[in-house]
Write a protein that binds this ligand. Structure first.
Ligand SMILES: Cc1cc2nc3c(=O)[nH]c(=O)nc-3n(C[C@H](O)[C@H](O)[C@H](O)COP(=O)(O)O)c2cc1C
Length: 180
């Protein structure tokens, strides 16, 4: 116990989280999605600007469409880069904002760890910016009511129930901590 908080629990959760790349079809319950988003809204941001937008996509055809757009950006036409996950949360920052990338990653990280602590599988997915710069991606933004000229996607987190066991994390690379 430190300051009334059980630090071990948090560390265990962080160490237990692994990227999941195979999902069951089951939808993530709304109340769990809300908790995950709330964790994102409480993420620290530069000067407490709280400028990030979070786009929740759970409509199956839209999740799949964005996953295919993302796969194509990887050079893999026809690949669902979201691995069949039923939900994705995309985080946006104001274009050109001083700490936009840092703040966006802070939000993504909070949401990913909260989802993992709820027993859900997650994976951080790159190419967020590019996926919304395609004509189809721009259409999705329009549908959501997000101004793509003012905001850029930092990255996304896919969420769902893991299909299969989540393996334990391997040992960490050494010699990465310095002290004065
Ligand atoms: C910035 C960033 C981008 C990532 N992009 C992808 C991605 O596009 N697709 C993917 O399958 N995993 C992606 N990952 C997940 C990493 O590959 C994964 O976190 C790493 O291999 C460590 O595995 P672990 O999460 O199970 O500990 C990304 C992670 C980060 C932090």
């Amino acid at each position: 116990m430190k300051g009334g908080i059980d630090m071990r629990d948090i560390l265990d959760e962080l160490k237990g989280r692994r990227s999941v790349r195979k999902y069951k079809e089951d939808a993530v319950p709304e109340d769990l999605m809300d908790e995950i988003i709330e964790a994102g809204l409480y993420a620290p941001t530069g000067m407490n600007r709280q400028e990030q937008l979070i786009l929740k996509i759970t409509e199956p055809s839209a999740v799949r469409e964005l996953g295919l757009i993302n796969g194509k950006l990887m050079g893999r036409e026809g690949m669902d880069a979201f691995y069949g996950a039923p939900a994705v949360l995309c985080v946006f920052s104001k274009r050109g904002a001083r700490t936009g990338i840092h703040d966006g990653c802070s939000v993504l990280s909070n949401m990913m760890n909260e989802a993992a602590s709820l027993g859900l599988g997650t994976c951080w997915i790159h190419r967020g910016k590019e996926q919304f710069e395609t004509p189809e991606g721009k259409e999705l933004l329009k549908k959501a009511g997000i101004d793509g000229d003012a905001y850029e996607c930092i990255d996304s987190v896919i969420i769902g129930y893991p299909d299969g066991e989540i393996p334990q994390a391997g040992p960490r690379k050494e010699c990465r901590v310095f002290t004065i």
